[in-house]
Design a protein around this ligand. Structure first.
Ligand SMILES: [Zn+2]
Length: 255
């Protein structure tokens, strides 16, 4: 299994991070992708990556909820980081109109710029979209044919959204603990989507799957999402693990 979205570099894990990584390995997690949040999270993320080289992989980008009036001016450090070294992906980037719509315009500019850098540096993107699926797909449609690819993290859209993403080409749907919640509509959607289009993620420390709902999430819990998917698709959990791992390796160019 690959946890394609994990923030275990955050302070929630300061007390027991080594145990968290050990449990991930024991649960069969082969790689952990670390999406960045903002300039402040970079040092922690890089420290974790340095501690587990070849296992924890840092992405670079500015999260949409960290975009403010500074807009594009805040992106200088992202570009400098892209120039400096190789990253697993550009992320997490996207649009979030759920909490705050005051910086819609800035969010879109910042999103577009980061997609353009992903194209330039030939990297996949990790997309965060909340209350903004239509707008996100509309931005992406301007880059058709430019080999933009990656993951729609924490996918919770409609069947039509899923089909648009798959139809675009090069994108997988990131599925995490939220799918195990009683009120989730995503299982109904996924029944009509082949397993080949999904990758596992946790979004740790957030969105822990049942039976840990409400608790701190960690990479090892990706197993419970795989288990849920195996029941949904009526296949062995090993099949979910094999197929999602293959997809994640393809997207993030991992061995
Ligand atoms: Zn995230």
């Amino acid at each position: 299994m690959i946890d394609t979205h994990s923030h275990i570099y955050l302070e929630e894990f300061d007390a027991d991070r080594a145990d968290v990584v050990r449990r991930a390995r024991e649960a069969g997690i082969e790689h952990i992708v670390l999406p960045n949040v903002d300039a402040g999270s970079v040092p922690r993320m890089l420290a974790l990556e340095a501690e587990y080289p070849g296992y924890c992989h840092a992405a670079i980008g500015l999260h949409p909820t960290s975009v403010n009036q500074a807009g594009m001016e805040e992106l200088g450090w992202v570009h400098a980081a892209l120039e400096r070294r190789k990253w697993i992906a550009v992320g997490e980037i996207g649009l979030d109109f759920y909490w705050d719509q005051s910086f819609r315009r800035e969010q879109e500019q910042v999103f577009r710029q980061q997609i353009e850098w992903a194209i330039e540096y030939d990297l996949p993107v990790i997309i965060h979209t909340r209350s903004s699926m239509r707008e996100t797909l509309s931005v992406l449609s301007d880059y058709r044919g430019e080999h933009v690819r990656g993951v729609f993290h924490c996918f919770s859209g409609t069947l039509e959204d899923a089909e648009s993403i798959i139809g675009y080409g090069g994108f997988k749907l990131g599925i995490g603990g939220a799918i195990t919640f009683k009120n989730s509509k995503t299982p109904c959607v996924l029944r009509q989507i082949a397993l080949e289009h999904l990758v596992l993620e946790t979004d740790a420390p957030y969105l822990a799957p049942v039976p840990f709902r409400g608790k701190r999430n960690e990479s090892a819990y990706a197993y419970y999402t795989a288990l849920f998917l195996s029941e949904l698709y009526g296949c062995a959990v090993s099949e979910v693990q094999t197929i999602t791992t293959r997809s994640a390796k393809e997207i993030f160019a991992l061995d």
